[in-house]
Design a protein around this ligand. Structure first.
Ligand SMILES: O=C(O)c1ccccc1NCC(=O)[C@H](O)[C@H](O)COP(=O)(O)O
Length: 214
């Protein structure tokens, strides 16, 4: 079975359509001002009516307040909320029950011990996203095109489904999935020509590679 794919950091409807047409399961929209992929409330309003009906929509937030998450959820009709900051299990559970949406908690990883941080979120979230720890001095907590040793995930079990993220490309996808055992992956920089500039050819190459991986 091919791996499930989340294409993250989308800002254009055309790219969202392409992604869904080529088999992406999730479409990710980042709401974080410092990001070159930031989707503001205004942009979200313009984008929403042009998005494909298919594809599960994920809003990515970093320590955002509940009002903002609620507004973005309503505008973009989000199916999932991805928490990519220091949100506690209690906050995650609160957001999940209040908004009635599934929650992904991003866990920053550079070595095997970092995976333990996911234990705290058992019962509070619906999925984990194991993403590379940002490099020192990085402005963004995600979308940094860096990876971690994929083999630290091999044979590990978690109470909820999980996605592998961080520095993936069409070229390294096969190794990443084989070494980690991931059933789902997330990509942003690897399908861009420059930070925040999604590249249709790279989206196509990645989704083609995903179809034959696993
Ligand atoms: O991508 C961003 O700009 C971003 C900003 C703030 C928080 C999270 C962000 N991205 C979250 C994602 O899910 C990325 O797809 C993930 O970190 C992998 O990114 P990449 O290494 O560039 O493929």
């Amino acid at each position: 079975m091919p791996v499930d794919v989340k294409i993250c950091g989308l800002t254009h409807a055309d790219h969202a359509h392409l992604a869904v047409d080529l088999g992406a399961r999730w479409l990710g929209f980042v709401h974080f001002e410092k990001s070159p992929r930031h989707v503001s409330i205004e942009t979200a309003r313009a984008l929403a009516p042009r998005l494909p009906k298919a594809g599960e929509r994920v809003g990515v937030f970093v320590n955002a307040n509940l009002d903002t998450i609620q507004q973005m959820t309503d505008i973009l009709q989000l199916d999932w909320i991805q928490l990519h900051g220091n949100e506690t299990p209690e906050m995650a559970a609160h957001i999940r029950s209040l908004l009635g949406r599934k929650v992904i908690k991003a866990i920053a990883v550079s070595e095997a011990e970092d995976l333990v941080a996911s234990n705290r979120y058992e019962g509070s979230v619906d999925a984990f996203l194991f993403d590379a720890k940002p490099p020192k001095g990085a402005v963004l907590p995600g979308g940094n095109a860096v990876s971690f040793p994929w083999q630290i995930l091999a044979g590990k079990t978690f109470p909820v489904p999980w996605l592998l993220a961080g520095g993936l490309t069409a070229e390294n996808l096969h190794d990443a999935v084989t070494l980690s055992g991931a059933g789902a992956v997330d990509i942003s920089s690897g399908v861009e020509s420059a930070p925040g500039q999604k590249d249709p050819k790279r989206i196509e190459d990645f989704l083609k590679a995903a179809k034959t991986t696993r």
